[in-house]
Design a protein around this ligand. Structure first.
Ligand SMILES: [Fe+2]
Length: 501
């Protein structure tokens, strides 16, 4: 080592000691995740590895002056997590977050934007999607490019019913694990540090055991004397599983006010000149799907014959929805549901019943019927009642956002009844369902796909069937633009819903 090298080395050490800022370590294990955002408030979730005191520093600039500090403690009772309520925020403003754990600053910082003031009109974007179960997380790189105010997650936010255990909801350990897993999803966890989320569970992230429904996986078919026979066992679950799942949501998700947790986790919130009504498809029933098929032993065929007692959302939730819609002063009203509300899906049920004797490898025609009875089209009495309520009260500018299907398709309301974006398949093995349903329907002359979903989607407007999400722009009281976007941030299909005066 020569003299110059010694000098250079000494200089480097000096610079390192005096000028390099302290390197922050990571003390929080999950979060920060922001939810329940309004124009002036929000909630921030964070988790630590041991019982700790948390300071959350909130500022409208990255220098953190001025700053407001919130305090919370984590303990084993809530899996070392805390949800901190922020208030007195300015509307439509970006805020920055720092977290100190036992006085030490965490390397991870967060940010979020408060919502525009109630009734404010502008050009506001949110993103939506459901179903994440694979390693492919490209959608979460694409979503931030839309600069959304928030993500509306419509369920199957991981699949605890098989990723943890069928009975995961039996214990606190199972519920705790399910939220740790959700907040630890690769790429998504970074996105959630800067983009707020709202969420409602669907079926696989509800209680497990097929949520007590007839399940495709438990479905058996066999051939006897040239005929196909089926058995449709519905699994059951003890009531405390459901109580645990709802408590888990209340404890671990930064949620909006829940009007009736005995009935479900349905809720509403305002976003500028729009209002959201988020439905829980798992209302308080032991067997939510009921027996909508009846076996005709003479014809030796199943018939789709749901009686009026079969309801998906249930009376309490429907009463809440109707009352809330009537009271809403928002220009736009979004109904959010885990499952599609599109009434034209009844065509798929009827087509499946028609081809119930068709057998191809493991697939039978009847599975088509069975799969779609879990959507609102499988509950025509409840759905028709709601649609006549909308009509008789002359309610306008209602738009539906839904998930579950593993396909991403849209309808302008001509078929669906209300304009609907069904955005599913955030991270799933295949999103080819729409492509095949179109082929089956058009090929066998059972239905025309365009008479079910008429505004394109993945596998319909695109050759490739990639993962994707929904992007929704609310443009003043002029129009709402709905787009299906794939994981490479390519817009696959888009259309506008004009405002009706
Ligand atoms: Fe799913």
């Amino acid at each position: 080592m020569n003299r110059h090298s010694v000098f250079a080395l000494s200089l480097t050490v000096l610079v390192a000691v005096f000028f390099i800022p302290e390197v922050h370590a990571q003390y929080i294990t999950h979060g920060p995740v922001t939810g329940a955002v309004t124009a002036n408030t929000c909630k921030v979730y964070a988790r630590t590895s041991t019982a700790s005191s948390i300071q959350l520093l909130v500022s409208n600039n990255e220098n953190f002056t001025p700053v407001v500090t919130y305090h919370a403690n984590t303990s084993s009772a809530l899996d070392f997590s805390a949800i901190i309520q922020l208030s007195s925020l300015s509307s439509n403003t970006k805020y920055f977050l720092k977290v100190l754990v036992n006085g030490k600053e965490d390397a991870v910082r967060g940010s979020f934007r408060t919502f525009p003031a109630t009734d404010e009109k502008g050009d506001f974007t949110f993103v939506t999607g459901s179903c994440q179960e694979t390693e492919n997380m490209k959608v979460f790189d694409a979503m931030p490019k839309c600069n959304p105010y928030f993500m509306m997650h419509t369920g199957d936010f991981t699949y605890p019913d098989y990723m943890i255990a069928r009975n995961y909801a039996d214990s606190h350990w199972g519920i705790d694990s399910s939220y740790r897993r959700r907040y630890n999803e690769k790429v998504m966890k970074e996105m959630l540090q800067t983009i707020p989320i709202d969420y409602v569970f669907d079926d696989d992230d509800y209680v497990g055991a097929g949520a007590g429904r007839y399940h495709i996986n438990g479905f058996n078919s066999w051939r006897e004397k040239g005929h196909i026979y089926y058995s449709m066992p519905a699994d059951s679950f003890p009531p405390h599983w459901r109580r645990n799942v709802i408590k888990g949501y209340a404890d671990y998700f930064p949620h909006y006010e829940l009007p009736d947790t005995a009935e479900g986790i349905f809720h509403s919130f305002r976003f500028g000149n729009a209002e959201f009504f988020v439905l829980d498809r798992n209302s308080a029933k032991d067997y939510p799907d009921g027996a909508c098929f009846k076996y005709d032993s003479l014809k030796r065929k199943w018939q789709f014959a749901p009686d009026s007692s079969l309801v998906l959302f249930g009376k309490k939730q429907m009463d809440w929805l109707k009352k809330s819609l009537l009271a809403s002063t928002a220009d736009w009203k979004f109904i959010v549901s885990g499952v599609p509300l599109n009434g034209a899906c009844e065509k798929l049920i009827k087509a499946g019943v028609k081809i119930q004797q068709l057998h191809w490898k493991d697939w039978t025609g009847f599975q088509l019927a069975l799969g779609f009875t879990r959507y609102w089209a499988g509950y025509p009495h409840e759905r028709n009642d709601f649609m006549s309520f909308v009509k008789s009260n002359n309610l306008k500018n209602i738009i539906v956002i839904s998930g579950d299907t593993h396909h991403s398709v849209m309808d302008d309301g001509t078929n669906a009844g209300l304009p609907e974006m069904n955005a599913s398949g955030l991270s799933v093995a295949t999103t080819e369902l729409a492509k095949y349903l179109k082929l089956i329907g058009n090929g066998l002359g059972l239905y025309r796909w365009n008479n079910i979903w008429n505004k394109g989607g993945i596998g319909i407007s695109s050759r490739e069937c990639k993962n994707g999400f929904g992007k929704v722009r609310i443009v003043r009281n002029e129009f709402v633009e709905m787009s299906i976007v794939d994981e490479d941030n390519k817009t696959i299909s888009t259309f506008q819903v004009p405002f009706q005066k």
